[in-house]
Write a protein that binds this ligand. Structure first.
Ligand code: PRT
Ligand code: ZN
Length: 299
């Protein structure tokens, strides 16, 4: 296969999105072998190369057409879009699929003891961030006049060092904020890992690989959100059960040997299942309730 016909996908080399990006490609049936210092890896069974790069470089690599696809956090993408707008440049990439991992939010936080509990208290203050574009837009949209200090890492210690009054950084569990005695004042945007593609036209070969990959990614992500549920239930309760079960449109109902008033029910729930739903099921007379993960799903 000629190199230019091979699809190239950029993923993060090291960091929070690396493991999940590789796991997603593996679950899509792509075979590859990653050595510890690999910068580019060829798939053994698809015309696809995986490039390992810094996450901040992914939008540019995709925009310039050096890579056809990329997996990157929406936060990086949105910041790049703002940067392009400010510099009157186009954004030559398109978001094609949200991937449901790398979930986080970009928030403004300030020292708990300073009482910055609403946005107006940020007026005239200095905020440290690695996301100046997104922060600037948020401050402008909310009519706040604050100074932005752009730093590339360890943003959370800026208030302690006296460099800034508040910070704007990514939050997932909230532990880092807590450890640094910071409280969230506002959420600027939510983020997750997304698949992007270059706006450049693909050859037929590349297009076929992109379509195959996208079909499989959709299969994997839908399967992750779905559960296969099995239980025994009284026939008389089926109508009520139907109302409380998410995705209970067309269950498989089977007779149980020796029982006339109970049936076995199998159903794929597309929305996952909460404990509270299972407890309600039990109250309605269901028994032997099993919830199983689904590995792959093709509609
Ligand atoms: O070297 P490279 O430039 O590729 O990596 P990086 O250091 O810029 O990025 P990395 O690996 O830290 O994050 C990659 C992407 O993961 C981000 O762009 C987000 O899309 C996503 N992500 C999800 C996060 C977090 N959650 C996250 N919690 N990125 C960073 N954090 C940091 C945050 O900056 C803060 O320091 O984790 C801390 C907060 O976490 P909690 O759990 O304590 O709230
Ligand atoms: Zn980075």
């Amino acid at each position: 296969m000629l190199t230019q016909q091979k699809l190239k996908i950029a993923i993060q080399k090291k960091g929070r999105l690396n493991d999940d990006s590789l796991a997603l490609l593996s679950r899509c049936g792509i075979k590859f072998h990653v050595a510890s210092h690999s910068l580019i890896v060829r798939s053994e069974n698809l015309p696809l190369d995986i490039l390992f790069v810094r996450d901040d470089d992914i939008p540019t690599l995709v925009m310039d057409g050096i890579c056809d696809l990329g997996i990157v956090g929406e936060n990086v993408l949105l910041e790049k879009e703002i940067y392009q707008q400010v510099n009157d440049d186009k954004t030559n990439f398109k978001l094609i699929k949200k991937l449901n991992f790398g979930l986080c939010r970009l928030s403004i936080a300030a020292p708990a003891e300073n009482g910055y509990d609403d946005l107006t208290t940020l007026d005239g203050k200095r905020i440290a961030t690695s996301y100046p574009g997104l922060l600037q837009k948020f401050l402008f949209d909310n009519n706040i006049d604050a100074e932005i200090l752009t730093i590339s890492g360890s943003v959370e210690i800026a208030p302690k060092l006296g460099m800034a009054d508040a910070i704007c950084d990514l939050v997932s569990t909230g532990r880092t904020l807590e450890e640094n005695n910071l409280t969230e004042v506002a959420v600027i945007t939510k983020s997750q890992a997304v698949l992007i593609r270059s706006n450049k036209e693909f050859s037929q070969e590349k297009l076929s690989t992109v379509e195959l990959l996208l079909r499989r990614i959709c299969g994997v992500t839908t399967a992750q959100e779905s559960k296969y549920i099995m239980f025994h239930a009284p026939k008389s309760a089926l109508a009520v059960i139907k109302n409380i079960m998410p995705g209970f449109e067309s269950p498989t109902i089977m007779n149980l040997d020796g029982l006339i008033d109970k049936v076995a029910v199998h159903v794929v729930s597309s929305e996952g299942v909460f404990w509270s739903t299972l407890e309600k099921l039990k109250q309605l007379g269901a028994s032997s309730i099993l919830v199983l993960p689904i590995e792959k799903m093709l509609d």
